[in-house]
Design a protein around this ligand. Structure first.
Ligand code: TXE
Length: 481
């Protein structure tokens, strides 16, 4: 049984207590590897290694930092198939999705910030005849990155890349549910010649390792993606320590479809925005609102197409949905489907665990599920389910649909389908989301601010937003002679 290791001070090391946790393959429902059950002692070792490296790394010219990051990007690209296979086994997602989305985005994250740092600059302000102000943006020092299981390497590198590009040293913790590609990344960092201690990866449980990171005095900033509940817990600990916090949390995203949309394009994209990655993307449109004149047509077409989706072996070329990430998560999602029926919903497609045969007979698969007939403010339509479950409902006016869309505690992403430009701008402006897609979904420009409002998080990732998060601005005012 493979035992993965922590990556501390440039070395692959066992957890100090020699304890390990089971790591499951969700598509077969059994343990396939072991991960370190690290403790605060391992976090302490990682922080010490990061501290030891931080001055040299902060003083390493940006071009040198950039070159090493580009080398890491090249190595991820070189090992794309191996990393994609590892991601699919660890998370349950279709292999073709890992190959097309997850791993290429990890390459992009490193290459994007390798170049962004070369163009990152700050301001100067001249007080004519009096003084000159110039702003330095210096690395914070030792920072913490904590990431979730839905897009493991994609989100892990989305945090680490800007942090080290900006000259910080990192203590990082991937989700204990999907640790494998983070472990493979540590091997690539060694191969790329990343200096010892610049990146340290400590595997283990959130309440043990993640919490120790949040509490650690020497970790001056925390960048977190995960559940809103956990975000609250991290904020509760970190706020009184005056740490910088970037929190990318849950979502309950509206997909607003007007009758004047480009119908075929909308339908094709809506299948994807509803069920990609088994619905385990914080940006998925899980509440679908359809203007009444096309509601019946949409319902018929959408149900028909969803029933044709193939749930199966993640390695299958024709597979559309793989397994959900864990047994606990499968049961959570199934409990929401049960709740939906209790709240008066009608299941139009799916609704059950998908039992496959052969080696996948014990895998954690759920049928893509469509539910109608619920009120906009019931729990099913207010709480994040984070699985292959969407609700559909009609609306008659913009005011009505905006009331529904903005009714949840979340404000992460929204999708709007209309060919009327003024309507698109008007509704996009009024919908309470940090990210709005018009006539598309998940089109991503890494320069743009990424994140949500309300309970979907605090701060933004992406582009110079991320580099500003991972630096401390210092204004120096020099009196003219
Ligand atoms: O998140 P957690 P999980 C949502 C989704 C999902 C729910 C829980 O609704 O069902 O969050 O998912 C670490 N201190 N999203 O279990 O628990 C943990 O080890 C410090 C949306 O993945 O938040 C992991 O590395 N760290 C999200 C990371 O936090 C702690 C994507 C995320 O785990 C900790 C994933 C603690 N006390 C889930 N407890 C998105 N926005 O994309 C846990 N962790």
């Amino acid at each position: 049984m493979q035992k993965i290791k922590n990556y501390i001070g440039g070395k692959l090391v066992e957890p100090s207590n020699g304890q390990y946790l089971d790591n499951y393959n969700p598509a077969i429902g059994s343990v396939y590897s072991l991960i370190p059950d690290s403790t605060s002692k391992d976090v302490e070792l990682a922080v010490k290694a990061a501290e030891k490296a931080s001055e040299a790394w902060a003083n390493t010219p940006a071009k040198e930092r950039s070159d090493i990051m580009s080398k890491i990007a090249d190595l991820i690209q070189r090992d794309l198939d191996k990393l994609a296979q590892a991601e699919s086994i660890d998370n349950g997602k279709p292999l073709k999705l890992a190959k097309r989305v997850d791993i290429p985005r990890a390459v992009d994250n490193f290459s994007f910030f390798a170049t962004a740092i070369l163009h990152f600059s700050s301001e100067a302000h001249s007080m004519e005849g009096i003084a000159l102000n110039y702003t330095l943006r210096e690395p914070i020092g030792v920072v913490g990155c904590i990431s979730p299981w839905n897009l493991p390497l994609y989100l892990f590198t989305w945090k680490i890349a800007p942090a080290i590009a900006a000259g910080n040293c990192v203590v990082a913790k991937p989700s204990e549910v999907t640790p494998m590609t983070a472990y493979l990344l540590s091997e690539l960092c060694i191969e790329a010649g990343l200096p010892e201690g610049v990146l340290n990866i400590v595997h283990g449980l959130g309440p043990k390792v993640g919490s120790a990171m949040t509490k650690h005095k020497k970790i001056k900033a925390i960048s977190f993606t995960g559940g809103t509940k956990t975000g609250e817990e991290i904020a509760r600990v970190a706020a009184p320590m005056f740490k910088k916090l970037s929190l990318e949390l849950g979502g309950k995203n509206p997909n607003i479809i007007f009758a004047d949309c480009d119908y075929d394009k909308m339908l094709k994209t809506t299948i994807h925005s509803s069920f990609a990655n088994q619905g385990q993307i914080c940006l998925c449109g899980s509440r679908i609102f359809i203007e009444r004149p096309i509601y019946d047509k949409f319902k018929e077409d959408f149900v028909k197409k969803v029933k044709q989706l193939i749930v199966g072996d993640p390695d299958g070329d024709k597979t559309n949905l793989g397994a959900v990430v864990s047994e606990a998560h499968m049961n959570k999602v199934l409990s929401y489907i049960k709740l939906a029926e209790e709240e008066g919903g009608t299941i139009l497609a799916g609704g059950k665990r998908k039992i496959l045969d052969g080696k996948h007979k014990d895998g954690w698969f759920i049928e893509p599920t469509i539910i109608e007939g619920l009120s906009y403010d019931c729990r099913t339509n207010q709480e994040e389910i984070f699985g292959p479950v969407v609700t559909i409902m009609p609306f008659d006016t913009e005011e009505e649909v905006l009331k529904y869309a903005n009714s949840t505690e979340y404000g992460l992403a929204a999708t709007i389908w209309t060919e009327d430009l003024s309507k698109a701008h008007r509704v996009a402006d009024l919908v309470e989301s940090g990210i709005v897609w018009v006539n598309c979904w998940l089109v991503r420009d890494l320069r743009t601010p990424f994140g949500g409002m309300k309970n979907s998080g605090v701060g933004r990732e992406g582009g110079f937003e991320a580099l500003r998060f991972f630096t401390e601005p210092k204004n120096i005012c020099v009196k003219w002679a």
